[in-house]
Structures are given as C-alpha cells and as structure tokens.
Design a protein around this ligand. Structure first.
Ligand SMILES: C[S@@+](CC[C@H](N)C(=O)[O-])C[C@H]1O[C@@H](n2cnc3c(N)ncnc32)[C@H](O)[C@@H]1O
Length: 214
C-alpha cells in the first residue's frame, strides 16, 4: 500500500515528535506512522477538501481517528495551535514547498522534505531560512530517484557541492553515478560556444566525481 519513498520518510521520524503530514492526500503516510508506532499523534492536512475526504475514509477504515487529526490548510497556516515539532512535506514542487516554509506561522524545529524538482534551490533556500541540512537519503522508487532531506532549525554552513549534488551519503553512490551520466548527456548536447553553461555542468561532474571517489 505505501511506497518505498513514503516508507523511507516514515522511518526518519522520531517517536517523540508532534508530526504534521502536509499535503497528506490519501493519508497513507499518516496511517503508516501510527500503525507502525513511529509516532503517537499526527496532524494530517491538505489544501484540497477532496483529498482530505479520501484520507478520512482511509483513516476511518483503520479506526485511527483518535491518533490522526485532519485539518484543511494551506501549508502550516491553520496548524499553529498544535505546536508541531516536525513537518513532513512530500510529493510537491520546490516552489510550493518553499512557500509553505516561508508562510508558516511558527518556526518548525525540523522538516523532512521530498521535493519533485529543483533540489539545489531547495537546499540553498532552506539554508537561507536558517535550516541546516542534516541528512539526505536518495530512494529509487518505480525507476525514479527521490532525494529525501532532513532539515533542522540550526545555524550551519553549506557549500556549492552540497547545494548542487546533495549532502554526501555513501549509500547514495548509485544515485551519484546516475546523476553523472545525466550531466554527461546534457554536456554533450550543449554547443561548445556556450562556455559558461558547459563550465557549470563540468563543475557539477567534478563534484560528483569527488563523491564517487570517497
Ligand atoms: C502528489 S500529492 C503528495 C501526497 C503525499 N504527500 C506523497 O508524498 O505521496 C500532493 C498533495 O499536496 C497537496 N498540496 C498542494 N499544495 C498544498 C499546500 N499549499 N498546502 C497543503 N497541501 C498542499 C495536494 O492537494 C495533494 O494532495
């Protein structure tokens, strides 16, 4: 029922957290968290009422109404009173995710984020918002790679290599090989006269080689 991507996210949750599942859609992640005792309480929210109704049906099926509270909300805007300590945002684009973080009525201690695109922008902006990238796991699910990032509200440093390629994790080596092939493919398509663009891709390939040689 639950994807490898959502299972990996769930296993990053500490049991003592007050968890918000933002954009819960069907509610599978929230249900998995409670059923597997990975946390005691989840606030599952979505901007879409139809999605919430579907989540409600699924939650009722497992009789988890007491442990999972459903809230209609744009991001974290209606969740202030729950004192959320961990917000999970998965399955959305980076622009939507960053808007949710920027418009949150409280500074959330920890985020687990799985974006669909623009990972470099996500890492850089989260750093600018005061979040340190603590962990990054890449999951291969149905032939697609999904970087899952853990951010903690904490001052930290970030460099260009981490922004562009991700936080080094030796378990992600297959992903780095895939990324290198992708970058080489792109490089071959860029005309020689496009010096700046080619230079940027070459730099990324160098960063990836550094990770592969570790
Ligand atoms: C593709 S689904 C992802 C579901 C689940 N989180 C996952 O990763 O499989 C995206 C969900 O995010 C919801 N969503 C989009 N923008 C949102 C926002 N600003 N606040 C809350 N939910 C949002 C959509 O309604 C949809 O249900």
């Amino acid at each position: 029922m639950i994807s490898k991507r959502l299972k990996t996210i769930a296993n990053l949750v500490d049991s003592n957290q007050i968890v918000a599942d933002i954009g819960c859609d069907h509610g599978y992640l929230s249900i998995y968290l409670i059923k597997n005792k990975l946390c005691k309480k989840v606030i599952a929210s979505d901007i879409n009422e139809n999605a919430l109704n579907q989540a409600k049906k699924n939650i009722n099926k497992y009789k988890l109404e007491k442990q999972i509270t459903l809230i209609l909300s744009d991001g974290l805007t209606n969740l202030k009173k729950y004192n959320i300590t961990l917000a999970i945002i998965a399955g959305m684009g980076t622009t939507t995710i960053l808007n949710i973080v920027a418009n949150s009525p409280q500074k959330i201690e920890k985020y687990i984020i799985s974006s669909n695109n623009n990972y470099d922008v996500l890492r850089m902006k989260m750093h600018e918002f005061g979040y340190n990238l603590e962990n990054e796991i890449v999951v291969l699910d149905h032939d697609k790679y999904y970087p899952i990032m853990v951010f903690q509200l904490k001052k930290g440093k970030i460099n260009k290599k981490t922004i562009n390629i991700g936080l080094y994790n030796q378990d992600n080596k297959e992903y780095y090989r895939y990324l290198k092939d992708k970058k080489l493919h792109i490089l071959n398509k860029i005309p020689k006269k496009n010096i700046k663009k080619r230079w940027n891709i070459k730099k990324d390939i160098k960063f990836i080689n550094d990770y592969l040689n570790r």
